[in-house]
Design a protein. Structure first.
Length: 132
């Protein structure tokens, strides 16, 4: 079994989670991405979020939320994605950049619009009273 290792930034406001849709995709994903060679989780997350959303995460506020693993969306059966999730405060104004076509705020009722691993994250957030 193959695993895709990714990082995600959990940003919740008014019990809604910030999600993004990449150009050419139909599903929404929690923003983040993959590490480049030699990058720490913190460094990779800061870089990915800056590239996708034009903001700067504040390193001293980055906090681990949890790991979530599920079938990778749009990949062959058996390929899993492991999503390591973090929260953080930020500076700047959130704007779509790079491959991001759309930014949206979602609730647990929007599960049909997201990937299997994001559904697990939504479940966790909903069960903990963080997501409407």
């Amino acid at each position: 079994m193959s695993t895709i290792d990714k990082l995600a930034w959990i940003h919740i406001k008014d019990q809604k989670i910030l999600s993004t849709r990449s150009k050419g995709k139909t599903k929404f994903y929690i923003p983040g991405g993959k590490r480049e060679a030699g990058e720490s989780d913190e460094t990779a997350l800061i870089r990915e979020i800056r590239e996708e959303l034009t903001i700067d995460l504040i390193p001293s506020t980055i906090a681990f939320v949890g790991n979530f693993q599920a079938q990778a969306d749009s990949h062959a059966v058996g390929i899993q994605v492991l999503m390591q999730c973090y929260t953080a405060e930020y500076k700047g104004t959130i704007e779509a950049a790079a491959e991001i076509a759309e930014i949206i705020w979602l609730t647990n009722a929007d599960r049909d619009k997201i990937s299997p691993v994001d559904q697990l994250i939504f479940d966790f957030l909903f069960e903990n009273g963080l997501l409407a």
